[in-house]
Design a binder for this molecule. Structure first.
Ligand code: FAD
Length: 292
């Protein structure tokens, strides 16, 4: 089913994001974790697409499996950086042929450390160009696009970023899913700003339950997102106590999601990192009224 049709029936959606497992052992682990998450009856699931060639075929194999063997509403992420129009057309046609109805269309990033990386002659430069192409070719997908509530790191300022984001909506994105964030104020202010610009589509918050000291440290070091000092301080305190660190991270995520839903967010997109425990506990801790 198209995600836009799910929107027509449901005020909120709850979705889980996975990445393709890299080897046989990860695949077994993935199966166990997905099995737990399926019990929660997600509105849809999504599978990331590795820019630069690492996991592209695995993404297609996994979306085919989840959509056609498991019967989940599945969204394929797709990045265009470096790809020719012919390649994008072939990939979109393939996804259409295997029955995928939802795509998350992104620019992607050049592969890290690949000094020789070059764009194909007629490649898309930005996600709005990819979205226009997919819309104009009538593959019939519901189209999602990415949004950074605290601005994309490359954008010089928020106004420029919002202007570029609007191009994606005008090109035909049906909904936005945000990059992970930890400050709800950033999300609410972002939604307010884009509403003022006339963007009316759903903006689904992307949330990650961070439940370990090292994991949090990694995100703080690399993420271009505001990190709550009190959570960081708790994690420092519990750095040698994984159980307490887990609970502190989970409690933070429960508080964050509950407040987002209370203030009208249209559901939650969970970044699962292919693990189920925190995502299941988080989902089950949300007020029942919002989970319907
Ligand atoms: C929900 C979500 C899922 C993601 N999934 C994946 C995934 O599966 N695989 C993956 O590799 N990455 C993924 N990403 C990361 C994404 O690829 C990166 O954030 C990437 O750097 C930007 O992608 P974008 O689609 O937001 O780019 P764009 O919207 O093209 O924006 C990129 C930058 O270019 C600027 N810009 C945009 N349009 C124009 C224009 N027309 N003219 C001038 N400047 C412009 C913007 O301001 C921004 O700074 C995901 C991100 C999100 C939020």
């Amino acid at each position: 089913m198209k995600i836009t049709d799910i929107f027509a029936r449901s005020k909120r959606t709850f979705s889980f994001e996975f990445f393709p497992p890299k080897d046989e052992i990860s695949a077994v682990d993935f199966g166990i974790n997905v099995g737990q998450l399926l019990k929660l009856n997600p509105s849809f699931v999504s599978v990331t697409y590795g820019a630069g060639g690492s996991t592209q075929q695995r993404t297609f194999a996994l979306v085919d499996y989840l959509q056609n063997k498991i019967g989940l509403n599945t969204m394929a992420h797709y990045t265009c950086i470096g790809s020719s129009r012919e390649r994008v057309n072939a990939d979109m046609t393939y996804l259409q042929q295997i029955g995928i109805e939802n795509v998350m269309l992104l620019r992607g990033d050049p592969p890290k450390g690949d000094a020789g990386f070059s764009m194909a002659d007629n490649a898309f430069r930005y996600a709005n160009e990819l979205i226009s192409f997919v819309r104009n070719n009538h593959y019939g997908f519901a189209v999602g696009a990415g949004a950074n509530p605290e601005k994309h790191p490359e954008a010089p300022d928020m106004d420029t970023y919002l202007h570029n984001l609007k191009r994606k909506c005008e090109a035909g994105a049906d909904f936005l899913i945000t990059q992970l964030f930890f400050s709800n104020d950033a999300y609410h202010s972002f939604v307010q700003q884009i509403r003022n610009m006339g963007i009316s589509c759903r903006v689904i918050p992307g949330i990650i339950p961070l439940t370990g000291y090292k994991q949090i440290r990694r995100f703080v070091d690399m993420a271009s997102t505001t990190f709550p000092a009190e959570l960081l301080e708790k994690m420092e305190r519990y750095r040698d106590n994984p159980d307490k660190a887990y609970q502190a991270g989970l409690d933070h995520a429960i508080g964050q999601c509950t407040q987002l839903l209370e203030q009208g967010a249209p559901g939650i997109h969970f970044y699962t990192l292919n693990k189920s425990r925190a995502a299941v506990e988080l989902f089950e801790s949300l007020p029942t009224a919002f989970r319907m």
